[in-house]
Design a protein around this ligand. Structure first.
Ligand SMILES: *[C@@H]1O[C@H](CO)[C@@H](O)[C@H](O)[C@H]1NC(C)=O
Ligand SMILES: *[C@@H]1O[C@H](CO)[C@@H](O)[C@H](O)[C@H]1NC(C)=O
Ligand SMILES: *[C@@H]1O[C@H](CO)[C@@H](O)[C@H](O)[C@H]1NC(C)=O
Length: 360
């Protein structure tokens, strides 16, 4: 007789998963528009036309996605797709690379795989749209909105009501600081000096975002990048199963984000910045999924850590943590999005989760 898995935790997880992946999960849009800035966990097609190894617009990416391979680094939906759904949007937010006309009114996704707070981050991998360039692209969107929505005061009022999500910083560690041979310009900085440099640049960038009309802004901390297969292949992992020093370096950056949020909210009139503790959220989710495969990715990967084109991935994708050597599977993305939207632990978000931020 076939053995049926009746582990109640797993059953509950699958019920949440099917609920979230079904189209039934839509209700009124909670904000008029949603803008994403960030790197590959957020990218949904902005790198497709760039000269870089960090692309995902080919199979097996998108094997579980209705539109097939699109430039999402996942087998199916990515976290922004689930977040847009949870906020009541009927469609995903389009990538800047292809968003045109009235489509931009509901928001744009500027994220680019490899992008960093520092312009040079991921230079060794090819072209990418850095955080600074994403902010310039946002100015192009704002000009476009003026012709759709009218005078600039009206556009500013509209932009004030939107939600902004920023997922940046991972590459500044993985594809910059921990590779001193490729990035001599940061090699001489101590971990603390490097975190301070990132925060200094990021502060300027977030002030620029505010000055472009953003008020409700969620900034994601760096996830435990010392645990991804690509980093575990670069350095010997510790007893934790992760490369502890990489996580510890990234935590020096994360630890400065709460004070940064307090500072921005105190300095900038009407600002509602919030910090999302991606490190804690992921560690907690992964601890509850001990039966999932987390040591190896689902697809066959190249030395760059992305899927080799056209090779069949693993069959049981709903039981894998990583699709390629960097990026999580659709099922993990659904759990992360649910917890970013509504906090489970008091340490998940500070001071607001996304649902709460939308209501501010
Ligand atoms: C960026 O990299 C170039 C080399 O490609 C280097 O000349 C430049 O100083 C770096 N910029 C910064 C800000 O480190
Ligand atoms: C992790 O592993 C490295 C390399 O083996 C070692 O130098 C370091 O002390 C270890 N760290 C901890 C916290 O055990
Ligand atoms: C807040 O304002 C103070 C005083 O002008 C400034 O030193 C600080 O850098 C500002 N903080 C942020 C996060 O912009």
């Amino acid at each position: 007789m076939a053995r049926i898995n009746t582990n109640p935790k797993l059953v509950a997880i699958f019920i949440i998963y099917f609920f979230m992946t079904s189209q039934v999960f839509t209700h009124g849009q909670q904000v008029p528009c949603l803008f994403f800035f960030g790197a590959s966990l957020t990218d949904n097609g902005n790198n497709n036309m760039l000269n870089t190894v960090l692309k995902s617009n080919y199979p097996p990416y998108g094997i579980d996605f209705s539109a097939g391979p699109t430039g999402r680094f996942s087998n199916g939906k990515n976290t922004p797709d689930f977040i847009a759904q949870l906020l009541g949007f009927n469609n995903p937010i389009p990538p800047f690379a292809t968003a045109t006309g009235p489509a931009i009114v509901k928001g744009v996704n500027y994220a680019s795989a490899g992008a960093g707070i520092l312009d040079n981050t991921s230079r060794a991998l090819g072209e990418r749209i850095s955080m600074n360039r994403q902010l310039s692209n946002h100015q192009i969107t704002i000009s476009g909105l003026s012709s759709l929505l009218g005078p600039s005061t009206q556009v500013q009022d509209y932009l004030n009501k939107c939600l902004y999500i920023v997922e940046i910083g991972s590459n500044d560690y993985v594809n910059n600081y921990i590779q001193p041979q490729n990035y001599p310009e940061t090699a001489s900085l101590t971990p603390d000096q490097f975190a301070a440099l990132l925060i200094q640049q990021y502060t300027t960038q977030l002030n620029a975002l505010y000055n472009s009309g953003a008020r409700k802004v969620a900034i994601y901390g760096v996830p435990p990048v010392g645990c991804i297969p690509q980093v575990r292949a670069m350095f010997p992992p510790n007893a934790s199963g992760c490369v502890d020093y990489v996580n510890n370096y990234a935590q020096l950056f994360n630890n400065r984000l709460k004070p940064l949020v307090d500072n921005l909210n105190a300095n900038l009139t009407g600002a509602k910045f919030t910090y999302i503790n991606m490190h804690g959220i992921l560690i907690s989710i992964l601890a509850s999924l001990s039966t999932f495969v987390s040591g190896t990715p689902c697809c066959a990967v190249s030395s760059a850590g992305v899927c080799v084109p056209n090779q069949a991935p693993c069959i049981n994708r709903a039981l894998y943590v990583f699709f390629d050597n960097y990026h999580t599977t659709e099922i993990i993305n659904s759990f992360v999005a649910a917890r970013v939207y509504i906090s489970v632990s008091a340490t998940d978000a500070y001071p607001f989760d996304l649902k709460n931020l939308a209501q501010q």
